[in-house]
Write a protein that binds this ligand. Sequence first.
Ligand SMILES: [Zn+2]
Length: 118
Amino acid sequence: MIITRQVTVKINEFNYQYFENLGYDDILIGTELDIPVELLSKGSHYKIECKCDCCGISKEVIFKNYVKYDNKWGEYYCRKCSENKRKLSLLKSHGCEYPIQNKKIFKKIKQTIAQKKS
Ligand SMILES: [Zn+2]
């Protein structure tokens, strides 16, 4: 989950237009603006505090990276738990921890290599 609810951004010539488009029409360059964390621009380097929904560990995450994780908005998993989650979903779809351990896939890879050789 995202702990940070509100962030303070400083208006500059680069983000001025972005916030004006969001409806903040009386802002001035150089002033600070309190905005809900959802309104940060996707490329923002602002650090937000997140808590892992699995193990409960708190982490500071750069907003830009949070967006990149492609979680459902509001969800957060630390590196360890998201790795476990990824393994689990692979386990479900392939019936094993890594695709290479799946005999069918392995056979296919071998065939492809054999085909390339001939
Ligand atoms: Zn975790």
